[in-house]
Ligand binder design. Sequence first.
Ligand SMILES: Cc1cc2nc3c(=O)[nH]c(=O)nc-3n(C[C@H](O)[C@H](O)[C@H](O)COP(=O)(O)O)c2cc1C
Length: 164
Amino acid sequence: MSVIDTRRSIRKYTAQSVAKHTIEQLIAAACLAPSARNQQPWDFLVVTDRQKLDAIPTVQHSCAFISQVPAAVIVCGDRHKNERFWPVDCAAATENLLLKAAELGLGSCWCAIYPLEQEMAGFKQLFGLPDQVEAFSLIVLGYPAEEKPQPDRDPAGHTHWEQW
Ligand SMILES: Cc1cc2nc3c(=O)[nH]c(=O)nc-3n(C[C@H](O)[C@H](O)[C@H](O)COP(=O)(O)O)c2cc1C
Protein backbone atom coordinates (compact mmCIF):
# COMPACT_ATOMS: atom_id res chain seq x y z
CA MET A 1 0.00 0.00 0.00
CA SER A 2 2.84 2.46 0.68
CA VAL A 3 3.81 2.39 -3.00
CA ILE A 4 0.20 2.96 -4.05
CA ASP A 5 0.06 5.89 -1.62
CA THR A 6 3.24 7.54 -2.89
CA ARG A 7 3.22 6.96 -6.67
CA ARG A 8 2.61 10.19 -8.55
CA SER A 9 3.06 11.35 -12.14
CA ILE A 10 6.49 13.00 -12.13
CA ARG A 11 7.38 15.62 -14.74
CA LYS A 12 10.68 16.93 -13.31
CA TYR A 13 13.73 14.68 -13.28
CA THR A 14 17.41 14.66 -12.32
CA ALA A 15 20.10 13.72 -14.85
CA GLN A 16 20.84 10.40 -13.08
CA SER A 17 20.74 7.43 -15.40
CA VAL A 18 18.68 4.31 -14.75
CA ALA A 19 20.55 1.00 -14.60
CA LYS A 20 19.66 -1.74 -17.08
CA HIS A 21 19.01 -4.12 -14.17
CA THR A 22 16.52 -1.63 -12.69
CA ILE A 23 14.60 -1.46 -15.98
CA GLU A 24 14.57 -5.25 -16.10
CA GLN A 25 13.03 -5.31 -12.61
CA LEU A 26 10.27 -2.96 -13.78
CA ILE A 27 9.48 -5.17 -16.75
CA ALA A 28 9.48 -8.27 -14.54
CA ALA A 29 6.87 -6.56 -12.34
CA ALA A 30 4.81 -5.60 -15.40
CA CYS A 31 4.83 -9.23 -16.55
CA LEU A 32 3.24 -10.29 -13.24
CA ALA A 33 0.06 -8.37 -14.09
CA PRO A 34 -3.18 -10.27 -14.61
CA SER A 35 -4.25 -10.80 -18.23
CA ALA A 36 -7.34 -12.24 -19.88
CA ARG A 37 -6.96 -16.02 -20.27
CA ASN A 38 -3.37 -15.42 -19.17
CA GLN A 39 -2.48 -14.53 -22.76
CA GLN A 40 0.14 -11.93 -21.66
CA PRO A 41 -0.21 -9.97 -24.93
CA TRP A 42 2.41 -7.40 -23.90
CA ASP A 43 5.88 -6.48 -25.09
CA PHE A 44 8.13 -3.76 -23.70
CA LEU A 45 10.24 -1.52 -25.90
CA VAL A 46 12.99 0.13 -23.85
CA VAL A 47 14.34 3.43 -25.17
CA THR A 48 17.54 4.96 -23.78
CA ASP A 49 19.09 6.44 -26.92
CA ARG A 50 18.99 10.23 -26.56
CA GLN A 51 18.07 10.89 -30.18
CA LYS A 52 15.24 8.38 -30.07
CA LEU A 53 13.92 9.78 -26.78
CA ASP A 54 13.99 13.28 -28.23
CA ALA A 55 12.08 12.14 -31.33
CA ILE A 56 9.13 10.89 -29.24
CA PRO A 57 7.45 14.32 -28.78
CA THR A 58 7.06 14.49 -32.57
CA VAL A 59 4.47 11.70 -32.26
CA GLN A 60 3.21 12.29 -28.67
CA HIS A 61 2.60 15.95 -27.93
CA SER A 62 2.17 15.95 -24.14
CA CYS A 63 5.48 14.49 -22.99
CA ALA A 64 7.90 17.39 -23.54
CA PHE A 65 9.55 16.56 -20.18
CA ILE A 66 10.95 13.40 -21.81
CA SER A 67 13.88 15.67 -22.75
CA GLN A 68 15.02 15.40 -19.09
CA VAL A 69 14.88 11.63 -18.68
CA PRO A 70 17.40 8.87 -19.40
CA ALA A 71 14.87 6.18 -20.29
CA ALA A 72 11.36 5.34 -21.37
CA VAL A 73 9.43 2.13 -21.80
CA ILE A 74 6.75 1.76 -24.46
CA VAL A 75 4.24 -0.89 -23.44
CA CYS A 76 3.02 -2.64 -26.59
CA GLY A 77 0.18 -5.09 -27.17
CA ASP A 78 -0.03 -7.94 -29.66
CA ARG A 79 -3.47 -8.09 -31.31
CA HIS A 80 -2.87 -11.69 -32.39
CA LYS A 81 -2.52 -12.78 -28.76
CA ASN A 82 -5.84 -11.28 -27.68
CA GLU A 83 -7.68 -9.05 -30.15
CA ARG A 84 -10.31 -7.88 -27.62
CA PHE A 85 -8.46 -7.65 -24.33
CA TRP A 86 -4.94 -6.53 -25.26
CA PRO A 87 -5.52 -2.89 -24.18
CA VAL A 88 -6.94 -3.91 -20.83
CA ASP A 89 -4.06 -6.29 -20.19
CA CYS A 90 -1.53 -3.64 -21.22
CA ALA A 91 -3.15 -1.18 -18.79
CA ALA A 92 -2.68 -3.66 -15.94
CA ALA A 93 0.96 -4.19 -16.96
CA THR A 94 1.50 -0.43 -17.16
CA GLU A 95 0.20 0.12 -13.64
CA ASN A 96 2.38 -2.68 -12.27
CA LEU A 97 5.41 -1.07 -13.91
CA LEU A 98 4.56 2.34 -12.40
CA LEU A 99 4.18 0.86 -8.93
CA LYS A 100 7.48 -1.03 -9.15
CA ALA A 101 9.18 2.18 -10.30
CA ALA A 102 7.85 3.94 -7.20
CA GLU A 103 9.11 1.11 -5.00
CA LEU A 104 12.60 1.46 -6.49
CA GLY A 105 12.66 5.24 -5.92
CA LEU A 106 12.13 6.17 -9.56
CA GLY A 107 9.77 8.80 -10.87
CA SER A 108 7.53 7.93 -13.78
CA CYS A 109 4.69 9.25 -15.88
CA TRP A 110 2.19 7.30 -17.98
CA CYS A 111 1.77 9.19 -21.27
CA ALA A 112 -1.11 8.43 -23.60
CA ILE A 113 -0.78 6.44 -26.80
CA TYR A 114 -3.76 4.05 -27.07
CA PRO A 115 -6.52 4.74 -28.20
CA LEU A 116 -5.18 7.80 -30.07
CA GLU A 117 -4.93 6.57 -33.67
CA GLN A 118 -2.42 9.16 -34.87
CA GLU A 119 -0.11 8.54 -31.91
CA MET A 120 -0.37 4.76 -32.33
CA ALA A 121 0.57 5.10 -36.00
CA GLY A 122 3.39 7.49 -35.11
CA PHE A 123 4.98 5.07 -32.62
CA LYS A 124 4.50 2.15 -34.99
CA GLN A 125 6.43 3.98 -37.67
CA LEU A 126 9.10 5.51 -35.40
CA PHE A 127 10.00 2.20 -33.75
CA GLY A 128 9.28 -0.25 -36.57
CA LEU A 129 6.57 -2.23 -34.76
CA PRO A 130 5.17 -5.29 -36.58
CA ASP A 131 1.67 -4.87 -38.08
CA GLN A 132 -0.13 -6.77 -35.32
CA VAL A 133 1.68 -4.96 -32.49
CA GLU A 134 0.26 -1.68 -31.16
CA ALA A 135 1.96 0.87 -28.92
CA PHE A 136 -0.25 1.19 -25.82
CA SER A 137 1.46 3.51 -23.32
CA LEU A 138 4.63 5.51 -23.00
CA ILE A 139 6.21 5.37 -19.55
CA VAL A 140 8.73 8.12 -18.96
CA LEU A 141 11.30 7.08 -16.35
CA GLY A 142 14.02 8.69 -14.27
CA TYR A 143 14.94 9.83 -10.79
CA PRO A 144 12.51 12.46 -9.51
CA ALA A 145 13.42 16.11 -9.03
CA GLU A 146 10.02 16.96 -7.55
CA GLU A 147 7.99 15.68 -4.64
CA LYS A 148 4.25 15.52 -4.82
CA PRO A 149 1.92 15.15 -1.85
CA GLN A 150 -0.73 12.46 -1.78
CA PRO A 151 -3.77 13.96 -3.54
CA ASP A 152 -7.06 14.39 -1.79
CA ARG A 153 -9.32 11.92 -3.54
CA ASP A 154 -12.83 10.92 -2.62
CA PRO A 155 -13.33 7.14 -2.56
CA ALA A 156 -16.70 7.41 -0.80
CA GLY A 157 -17.98 9.70 -3.56
CA HIS A 158 -17.10 7.04 -6.14
CA THR A 159 -18.54 4.08 -4.25
CA HIS A 160 -21.98 2.53 -4.73
CA TRP A 161 -23.03 -0.33 -2.48
CA GLU A 162 -25.29 -3.06 -3.84
CA GLN A 163 -26.97 -0.79 -6.46
CA TRP A 164 -26.10 2.54 -8.16
C1 LIG B 1 -4.25 6.81 -19.91
C2 LIG B 1 -3.41 7.92 -19.33
C3 LIG B 1 -2.83 8.83 -20.18
C4 LIG B 1 -2.02 9.85 -19.67
N1 LIG B 1 -1.38 10.68 -20.55
C5 LIG B 1 -0.55 11.63 -20.07
C6 LIG B 1 0.19 12.42 -20.98
O1 LIG B 1 0.12 12.26 -22.19
N2 LIG B 1 1.02 13.36 -20.46
C7 LIG B 1 1.16 13.55 -19.11
O2 LIG B 1 1.94 14.43 -18.71
N3 LIG B 1 0.47 12.80 -18.22
C8 LIG B 1 -0.37 11.83 -18.67
N4 LIG B 1 -1.05 11.01 -17.79
C9 LIG B 1 -0.88 11.19 -16.35
C10 LIG B 1 -2.11 11.83 -15.71
O3 LIG B 1 -2.14 13.19 -16.04
C11 LIG B 1 -2.03 11.61 -14.17
O4 LIG B 1 -2.08 10.23 -13.89
C12 LIG B 1 -3.17 12.31 -13.44
O5 LIG B 1 -3.05 13.71 -13.55
C13 LIG B 1 -3.21 11.96 -11.94
O6 LIG B 1 -1.96 12.25 -11.33
P1 LIG B 1 -1.14 11.12 -10.55
O7 LIG B 1 -0.70 10.10 -11.56
O8 LIG B 1 0.03 11.85 -9.94
O9 LIG B 1 -2.05 10.51 -9.54
C14 LIG B 1 -1.85 9.99 -18.27
C15 LIG B 1 -2.44 9.06 -17.43
C16 LIG B 1 -3.19 8.02 -17.94
C17 LIG B 1 -3.78 6.98 -17.01
